[in-house]
Design a protein around this ligand. Sequence first.
Ligand SMILES: Nc1ncnc2c1ncn2[C@@H]1O[C@H](COP(=O)(O)OP(=O)(O)OP(=O)(O)O)[C@@H](O)[C@H]1O
Length: 326
Amino acid sequence: MSEELLRLNKLCVNYKVKDGYLSAVKNVSFSINKGEIFAIVGESGCGKSTIAHSILRLLTEHNEIIKGNIFFNGEDINKYIDRQLEGIRGREIGMIFQNPLDSLNPVYTTGYQVAEGIILDKVSKKEAWNRVIKIYNDVKMPDAKKNAYSFPHELSGGMRQRVMIAMMLARTPQLLIADEPTTALDVTIEAQILNIIKNLRDKYNTAIMLITHNFGLVAEVADKVAVMYAGEVVEQGTVFDIFDNPKHPYTQLLMKSLPRKTKLEGRLQTIDGSVPRLTENLPGCRFENRCPYAVELCKTEDPEEKMVTESHSFSCHLEKVVMNNG
Ligand SMILES: Nc1ncnc2c1ncn2[C@@H]1O[C@H](COP(=O)(O)OP(=O)(O)OP(=O)(O)O)[C@@H](O)[C@H]1O
């Protein structure tokens, strides 16, 4: 049986803003098993990065309120004090970002920065350097020995992303959070980076939380998918559930807007209407004003989560309509 690694239970994140609190993430629950690739997909601003940053407590402006549980290996790390979380960050849960230049130090060679993580495990400098070269080969860094001595600005975008993955590999985390890891890269390099991520899972059984607005990536690599809209998970299931049998009107519209032929490289298309102001925190379904099937109830009551199968669920009042249009 697959073993659960991470479980979010009713995670809520509210940011303090000028006119009150913005509900960026509301009652998000899902779980990721060891070795699983779990994609979180949704339009810009729907709360994907907020979830990732909450897990590692990386929300830097300190203007947020986080509620709910974040179980990692069965322990609620949302209750950890900062020092306890420090032991998990990087070592157990690694994170790679869209733009590696933001995370790499410009004044040290990339090899040195990867070695730093290895030295934390109390190995000699020589042994650490040998491991850097091995990891650079694992991430298919061209000319590994030479490029270990390169500074971040001397490398291409794809190479820098390889350095980021190498830094994570150096610590062999159980969970890797990849926040739009290939958005800034061209298609060929994107495919290579995805392969490296998949190999990472196969070789080390690392679970991967892949954050993206690119449905093509999801279809290509994910085992499971959570579809987010305006801070909420509206539907989740296996990649087959979501692509072949979408139940929520939002997921269905997203699927319809991806023409068959381009499904595999499709990015999310725009849907008429706009996301509601999340500071108002009104009751009802957040997708109501854009939903073609909305009825009065959708304005007044939050929809409950309904199970389609053990692995597939969605939150919508319109079970019958939605089922028939699926
Ligand atoms: N520090 C902050 N203070 C106030 N509001 C914030 C803060 N960070 C994010 N937000 C808001 O929270 C909501 C969710 O943002 P988030 O960055 O998590 O979305 P996202 O899905 O990751 O978007 P993208 O794909 O563009 O990165 C947005 O409305 C955003 O404007």
